[in-house]
Ligand binder design. Structure first.
Ligand code: COA
Length: 392
């Protein structure tokens, strides 16, 4: 009879060989986005396609939202597989192996399953023994994840973090509800964040700040994570959680689908985004003129149009993908960031401003100093955002 402790507990775990770092080593030169990746479902659904079974029209949707089409998941394209495909691309482009990843964070409100966390599924599929957790801050999830990851790297808790924003909104959208079905899409995008280590030639043992306008180091310059509690009931999925577990009754009542007060979300989102961006820039001692690229949550072109004059950033310095993908929730900001980065619009030292808002209402802004040379990371470009390949 084998000794269970010796056999199962003390046996070395395959792949458990990351070089975890000390705080002093990790904070030195800030945090780098070393690579990024993306994955969207194959199926492209245009407004005209939707108008075949919904009482809507291409004109109505384009005028009210700026959305022309979205990608909707087919078999094998749910949150887990999309996240894994985006993560693989990001790791490849960063030239980082799964065993070098210390932590996997998946921002999502449509996890692959209630348990385990989608992040754990991603780590398992990649063969990484990294810590793994999901983060639900709805459509602001990627910004919350970025601020959290930067803080964890800055404190030396992790050196290499795989951060994914992934959602399959079609799994919680009533396809017969024209007020929500036209707005949302499915997708995933990922970033590999790496502690940059001590700056070259700096023999100082003093920790180098990773936040603040004067820091100059890559990574998080300032962040603002806030809530609008008066909006807590504006975007809800009533059933399927512990308060009201799924049952035949909840399914019959369509309570597992998203319900939204669109007008009120619109009104509150414009104000909240403008205020959050203002606080983030003030915290950093920057103005809108210092921002090289604004990457807002891609919920609706009209919301972005209303925000831009309030914050003083022109449309030319704003990344937009909403016309092609709709609102992909936690994936929307990293997809738009990846597209801009792939297009070579970012130079080392550029300040990138990200802002998300979503159910809760959660609101979050982050000012990030870019320092990835070239448009693609160490392993070159991966081509335009397209369907998941091979990972499913
Ligand atoms: N096609 C055609 N008509 C539609 C429609 C559709 N897809 N959806 C709603 N309508 C109708 C409504 O029923 C209403 O008809 P009525 O006047 O006969 O009652 C009319 O269009 C106007 O509806 P309303 O809700 O006032 O339109 P709106 O100008 O506010 O635009 C949204 C609706 C949803 C596009 C807009 O409120 C919005 O963008 N909100 C923000 C939503 C969002 O971004 N949510 C995610 C946040 S993370």
């Amino acid at each position: 009879m084998t000794d269970l402790v010796t056999d199962l507990v003390d046996r070395p775990t395959v792949g458990a060989t990351h070089g975890r770092t000390t705080a002093a080593a990790a904070v030195g030169g800030g945090v780098l986005i070393a690579g990024w990746g993306h994955a969207v479902p194959e199926r492209r659904v245009t407004n005209h396609d939707l108008a075949r079974h919904l009482d809507t029209s291409d004109d109505w949707i384009v005028e009210r939202t700026g959305i022309h089409e979205r990608r909707l998941a087919g078999p094998g394209e749910s949150t887990g597989p999309l996240a894994i495909a985006a993560a693989r691309m990001a790791l490849d482009r960063a030239a980082v192996t799964p065993t070098e990843v210390d932590l996997v964070i998946v921002a999502t409100s449509t996890p692959e399953r209630p348990l385990p966390a989608t992040a754990a599924l991603v780590a398992a599929e990649l063969g990484a023994t990294a810590g793994a957790f999901d983060l639900n801050a709805a459509c602001a999830g990627f910004v919350y994840g970025l601020a959290s990851a930067a803080a964890l790297v800055g404190q030396g808790v992790a050196r290499t973090v795989l951060l994914v924003g992934a959602d399959t909104m079609s799994s919680i959208i009533d396809p017969d509800d024209r007020s929500t079905a036209v707005l949302f899409g499915d997708g995933a995008a990922a970033c590999v964040l790496v502690g940059a280590g001590p700056p070259e030639g700096n023999g100082s043992t003093e920790p180098v700040r990773t936040t603040g306008a004067g820091a100059g180091a890559p990574g998080l310059v300032a962040a603002d994570l806030v809530g609008d509690p008066a909006g807590v009931d504006l975007l809800v999925v009533p059933a399927g959680g512990s308060g009201r577990p799924a049952s035949a009754e909840t399914v019959a009542g369509h309570e597992h689908f998203l319900r939204m007060d669109g007008r009120e979300v619109f009104r509150r989102a414009v104000r909240a985004v403008a205020a959050s961006v203002g606080r983030t820039l003030a915290q950093a001692g920057c103005t809108a003129d210092d921002v090289a690229l604004f990457v807002p949550h891609q919920a609706n072109a009209r919301i972005v149009d209303a925000v831009l004059p309030r914050i003083g950033i022109p449309a030319e310095r704003t990344s937009s993908t909403v016309h092609r993908f709709g609102n992909t929730s936690a994936a929307s900001i990293p997809l738009a960031l990846a597209e801009a980065a792939d297009a070579g619009t970012l130079e080392p030292g550029d300040l990138v401003l990200l802002c998300g808002f979503g159910a809760g209402l959660t609101v979050g802004s982050a000012l990030w100093r870019w320092n990835t040379p070239g448009p693609a990371g160490p392993n070159g470009p991966a081509g335009p955002i397209g369907p998941v390949e091979g990972a499913l």
